[in-house]
Ligand binder design. Structure first.
Ligand code: C2E
Ligand code: CA
Ligand code: CA
Length: 325
């Protein structure tokens, strides 16, 4: 049956003088061995379909329970990731960013979590790479920016002191066509002023094709959005580019902060990063500050801002509001 369907599709269709070709991927599940109700059958057929896609298009695949490998898990995750935005399964947690000098909250970083109906809460490290590989990061990322902006505006409207909200942007999202227009539309729709939105990009995203990156960054910057370099120190940055990227801040990676008081090399790197960024009139934000000793050390280096479990883990919006209070 599946082979016949694929064969029929392969002949193409005539629509308004256009010859259209479709390359179907078919997943098959059988009653009763693969499920006793429609929901299970469709779910398993869906899993089988993603298996077929993995093997190249124009293909079909029979569902098999025995092939429960990592790949099947991945495939199952991918198929549920497709629906996760519509089903509103994502939520954002917010982690405060503070001034080391005054202790005031200057902003929040929005961090996405996926509340999977069967698998529970899935951290971003487990699904962002998959979302990136499948392109699903584009709608997910847009949802994140929109939700973070709307939340920040809601906090401002509720009378809390204005602060900025930072959102992580992935490689594919950064290079998506018209990212600046999408951001602009979200700001217009939510009514958030652009200076209260920040975008975080890793060194590797910016350095992959730095000349292209400079152009995109300038478009975003000219709208008034602030840009920082995430996980600084883990990748490779050309100092030359660092000088021409229109950025606002550098986030010193957690890996340097965690041993800053015990490992002289990490302490030296942190010191050098602070000196260099200050030389370029940029701010330094230390990530992953967990202890008072680390905080005091960073203060002695003149580091500007901090984030970390020492002050707060990323928390749901209601809890963040208590921190603001
Ligand atoms: P990141 O941007 O470097 O975010 C900081 C990560 O460090 C967060 O992990 C945060 O929970 C964790 N963290 C913060 N303070 C501490 C600390 O004191 N100690 C320790 N051990 N960890 C701390 P999370 O939320 O699991 O996010 C992991 C990564 O996933 C993020 O790293 C970011 O690269 C990515 N990510 C998260 N949300 C998004 C998103 O909406 N879009 C994209 N593209 N990526 C996201
Ligand atoms: Ca980040
Ligand atoms: Ca980071």
């Amino acid at each position: 049956g599946a082979e016949k369907i694929i064969q029929v599709f392969s002949e193409g269709f005539q629509v308004d003088n256009h010859e259209l070709f479709i390359t179907p991927s078919i997943g098959v599940s059988l009653y009763p061995s693969d499920g006793l109700d429609a929901e299970t059958l469709v779910k398993n057929a869906d899993t089988a379909m993603y298996r077929a896609k993995e093997q190249g298009r124009n293909n079909y695949h029979l569902y098999t329970e025995t092939s429960s490998s990592a790949s099947v898990e991945r495939v199952a995750m991918e198929s549920s990731l497709h629906w996760a935005v519509e089903r509103e399964e994502f939520i954002l947690h917010y982690q405060p960013r503070l001034s080391i000098k005054t202790g005031h909250i200057l902003g929040a970083e929005a961090l996405v979590r996926w509340q999977h109906p069967d698998l529970g809460v899935i951290p971003p490290a487990q699904f962002i790479p998959l979302a990136e590989a499948t392109g699903l990061i584009v709608p997910i990322g847009e949802w994140v920016i929109r939700t973070a902006c709307a939340q920040n505006k809601a906090w401002q409207d509720a009378g809390f002191p204005s602060m900025d909200i930072a959102v992580n942007v992935s490689m594919r999202q950064f290079h998506q066509k018209d990212l600046d227009k999408i951001v602009k539309r979200i700001l217009d729709d939510t009514g958030l002023a652009p200076e209260y939105l920040g975008l975080e990009l890793t060194e590797s995203i910016l350095m992959q094709s730095p000349d292209v990156a400079v152009g995109i960054l300038h478009k975003l910057k000219s709208m008034g959005v602030e840009i920082s370099i995430d996980d600084f120190g883990t990748g490779y940055s050309s100092l030359n580019y660092l000088k021409i990227f229109p950025i606002h801040a550098v986030k010193l990676d957690r890996s340097f902060v965690s041993d800053i008081t015990t490992n002289p090399d990490d302490a030296a790197i942190a010191e050098a990063v602070v000196a260099m960024t200050h030389g370029m009139k940029l701010k330094v934000i230390a990530e992953g500050v967990e202890t008072l000793e680390q905080l005091e050390f960073l203060r002695s280096l003149n580091c500007d801002e901090m984030q970390g479990y020492f002050v707060s883990r990323p928390v749901p919006s209601a809890e963040f509001e208590m921190l603001l209070r």
